[in-house]
Design a protein around this ligand. Structure first.
Ligand SMILES: NC(=O)c1ccc[n+]([C@@H]2O[C@H](COP(=O)([O-])OP(=O)(O)OC[C@H]3O[C@@H](n4cnc5c(N)ncnc54)[C@H](OP(=O)(O)O)[C@@H]3O)[C@@H](O)[C@H]2O)c1
Length: 270
């Protein structure tokens, strides 16, 4: 047993754990000795990753096929893991791979995004965080984005959900830090994942540098105790938000690509 698995094990849930940063979290956690519950919608992709992780690291892996936009998603996850001690919950699924103007998406799409990125996250924090607080140990990571710092064109609902996750994680950190549970708002910038590539293809490409998902996952786990907020890719990951010195109007124009982007700010719609 590693120090990490004693603090955050024996089981971790990765909600959105079949590709991209979720798959990187799976390998990084298995390497640290945790058993895994991997959740996603596509059973085949999920099963393939589970087999790979078992073979590579010799840990136990359980898969749960659930759509996090469905109202019963977290209740189903809780039922599927009722016999396990979950010491770490990662709310990873959250990307928006169809970056469009607010009115060009139908209302159902906006509702589904809010259910996956806000309601499922708050329910999971409640259902899985409660037992961690009772045990006096554990961890929660909420994946958020540079899109949380200010509103921007093509980012309306997505950015709003990411701001929700950022504030939720920071508040839970404030409530749970002294009770032994580490919470981290993980601010992610443009990272090389299938979801990002779907978004970029729709927008006609992106010329900026992309972070490596393995680096994002390992850095997050290395700094899980350094909450409330870790800004991936920033020269000052614990420092002030990159829009901190701007007026709100300047921040919104920057986020909308109408002024040069600041360090650590995503204008890719992810
Ligand atoms: N990649 C970037 O450039 C970037 C930048 C900023 C922030 N982020 C944040 O980083 C996190 C991970 O991003 P990512 O790029 O790896 O892609 P992602 O699309 O957020 O996550 C992909 C994983 O989530 C699962 N998933 C997606 N929707 C789901 C749903 N409704 N129910 C259950 N599972 C679902 C996918 O599997 P299935 O499709 O099989 O369900 C896959 O396992 C997100 O929260 C995103 O907002 C990413």
């Amino acid at each position: 047993m590693t120090e990490f698995s004693e603090r955050y094990g024996p089981w971790a849930v990765i909600a959105g754990g079949s590709d991209g940063i979720g798959a990187s979290f799976a390998h990084a956690l298995a390497r640290r000795g945790l058993n895994l519950v991997l959740l996603a919608r596509r059973a085949q992709v999920l099963g393939a990753l589970a087999a790979k992780v078992r073979a590579a690291h010799g840990v136990e892996v359980r898969t749960v096929v659930v759509d996090l936009s469905a109202p019963q998603a977290i209740a189903e996850l809780a039922a599927a893991t009722a016999d396990l001690e979950i010491g770490l919950y990662i709310a990873n699924a959250g990307g928006d791979d169809s970056s469009e103007l607010f009115l060009d998406k139908d209302l159902d799409t906006h509702h589904a995004l809010v259910r996956r990125n806000c309601l499922s996250v708050i329910e999971a924090a409640y259902r899985f965080g409660g037992p961690m607080v009772s045990r006096g140990r554990g961890g929660v990571i909420l994946a958020t984005s540079g899109a949380a710092w200010a509103g921007g064109v093509h980012l309306a609902a997505y950015g709003a959900t990411k701001a929700f996750d950022l504030i939720l994680a920071e508040a839970l950190w404030a409530e749970w830090h002294d009770l032994g549970v580490d919470v981290l708002a993980l601010v992610i910038t443009a990272t090389d994942t299938p979801s990002l590539h779907r978004a970029l293809d729709a927008k006609g490409g992106y010329s900026g540098a992309l972070a490596d998902p393995d680096d994002v996952a390992s850095t997050a786990l290395d700094h899980l105790g350094d909450g409330p907020t870790w800004m991936c890719g920033s020269g000052n990951p614990l420092g002030p938000p990159p829009v901190g010195t701007l007026t709100r109007r300047e921040a919104v124009l920057r986020m909308s690509g109408r002024a040069p982007a600041a360090e650590g700010q995503s204008t890719t719609g992810t």
